[in-house]
Ligand binder design. Structure first.
Ligand SMILES: [Mg+2]
Length: 494
């Protein structure tokens, strides 16, 4: 240790000596890590301290009065300030107070410098924010030790502060993450609840199925139920939990419509949606379902709607479209279609197809005498009577025109058809519906033409119809209330 008996005003420069010149590397700017601002109104003191500190690799800045010290500290805050107490204009206490009041400089440690002769108020020095003090004359080791201690404390403080900030940031990140997770959880929970409520409340069947593939070939062998809502389960006559995860799809679909299974595979392989109506016997009741299957991952989702009510209504309507509104027997449009179908069928089966065309005799005079309302009820009675005679499911009675009726009799010989026609003629007569306008009978009568043919490429539907029609015409011509059959042959032979 070396003592430097120094006064604050007498050539202090000579009294400072650097102990080990070898310790100092003046050329290395990099080593000047920590910066120290020296504030003193005595240039000699500035020089001595500056040289001593530079010798210890500190970066030194100097200020000779309080104002410039504050400006220097604010513009480029040093790591430590050595502050003289006695200075003109602004003394050290005031400078320190100013520095501590500024956010930018408040954390810079301040070490006061005082001469022994100074009236130095230590309490005041600490109160204004100083952390230590050094008295002149300096003892170099003491100065360096005090500076080093404060810088170390400062460095530690900064490190701690840095760590605190870092920790705070980490905590904030963590808090944010927790918050986000909670939010995501809430959203997930809500969407699960939403999906579940939609699935449970849906009037449609909703299900999701995943493909089950053969491990060797990779081909789809079945579909496993992933999601099944209550309506879907009901179709299967079970509970959702009984179907989830189960391999029941192929078995089920094969019972209803086996060709649908490859169609569902196609949905998965092509991504093209499948939409269809299917008929399904459920609890001994015929049901119709409309479904849409859409590819979903390696599987598909399917929505199934019970359309039984609509389908039954459609069938009823389509039946209504085939019925004659007045008499309740089939209409002409339906007759035309049925005759073509039966012609083809009997042709394929090489069976005779018979046709009866009949006409209420003198119906125009009947209408004129009894009125149209009475005329209508007469036609209804005639139709009902004939309808009671054609009993077989394949026999087909239709209203052909105003007072004309037609009966298609598949797989019926000419003889059988004539018998039916004759029975009809008899039964209508037996109704004894008074007919004052008839020139042949006091009751309503019927004229009938019958034709029979085995459909072939040599014959035609037109010939069959013409033959029956010609028979009817002949019956009228012959005096009505009679059956004329196979007039076609007569025409052809004559
Ligand atoms: Mg001074």
């Amino acid at each position: 240790m070396t003592n430097h008996p120094l006064t604050n005003d007498e050539s202090p420069y000579q009294l400072f000596t650097i102990q080990n010149m070898n310790d100092i590397d003046f050329n290395s700017e990099e080593n000047l890590i920590e910066s120290i601002l020296i504030v003193d109104d005595q240039p000699a003191n500035l020089r001595v301290l500056s040289k001593m500190l530079q010798g210890k690799n500190y970066k030194v800045k100097k200020a000779s009065d309080g104002e410039s010290a504050i400006i220097a500290a604010q513009s480029n805050p040093p790591d430590l300030i050595l502050l003289d107490i006695l200075m003109p204009n602004m003394n050290g206490y005031q400078v320190c107070e100013n520095l501590k009041a500024d956010k930018k400089t408040k954390d810079i440690p301040v070490i006061f410098i005082s001469a022994l002769s100074d009236v130095f108020d230590k309490i005041k020095a600490f109160n204004v924010g100083g952390i230590d003090y050094i008295t002149k004359p300096f003892q170099e080791e003491e100065v360096l030790a005090r500076i080093s201690t404060q810088l170390t404390i400062q460095t530690q403080r900064k490190l701690l502060e840095k760590e605190r900030v870092l920790l705070e940031k980490e905590q904030e990140t963590l808090r944010k993450e927790i918050r986000q997770r909670k939010e995501a959880e809430a959203i997930l929970y809500q969407s699960r609840a939403l999906i579940s409520s939609i699935l449970n409340a849906s009037l449609d069947g909703i299900a999701a199925l995943e493909a089950v593939r053969d491990t060797n070939t990779g081909n789809i062998v079945d579909f496993r139920c992933i999601v099944v809502n209550p309506v879907t389960a009901q179709i299967f006559n079970s509970q959702p939990e009984d179907l989830t995860g189960k391999l029941v799809f192929k078995k089920f679909i094969n019972k209803i419509k086996p060709e649908l299974f490859p169609a569902f595979i196609k949905v998965v392989e092509t991504g093209k949606a499948l939409e269809e109506d299917i008929k399904y016997i459920y609890k001994n009741e015929q049901k119709w379902f409309h479904f849409i299957a859409v590819k979903l991952g390696d599987g598909f989702s399917v929505t199934v709607r019970d359309i039984t009510v609509r389908k039954k209504l459609e069938l009823k309507l389509s039946k209504l479209a085939t019925i004659d509104g007045l008499t309740g027997v089939y209409n002409r449009h339906c007759f035309d279609n049925t005759l073509i179908q039966e012609w083809q069928r009997c042709g394929r089966e090489n069976k005779p197809l018979s046709l009866i065309l009949c006409d209420v005799d003198y119906f125009k005079p009947y209408n004129d005498i009894y009125g149209h309302q009475q005329g209508d009820s007469c036609l209804i009675k005639v139709a009902q009577t004939m309808d009671n005679i054609v009993k077989r499911s394949s026999d087909f009675l239709a209203r052909y025109g105003g007072e004309e009726f037609a009966i298609i009799l598949p797989n019926t010989s000419l003889e059988g058809a004539v018998n039916i026609a004759e029975k009809m003629r008899q039964e209508i007569l037996n109704l004894k519906i008074p007919h004052e306008g008839s020139k042949i009978c006091q009751y309503v009568t019927l004229s009938l033409g019958v034709a029979s043919i085995i459909p072939s490429s040599k014959s035609s539907l037109a010939i069959l119809i013409k033959s029956a029609d010609d028979g009817l015409y002949k019956a009228k011509d012959n005096g009505r209330n009679q059956v004329i059959f196979n007039y076609h042959e007569l025409v052809v032979n004559s």
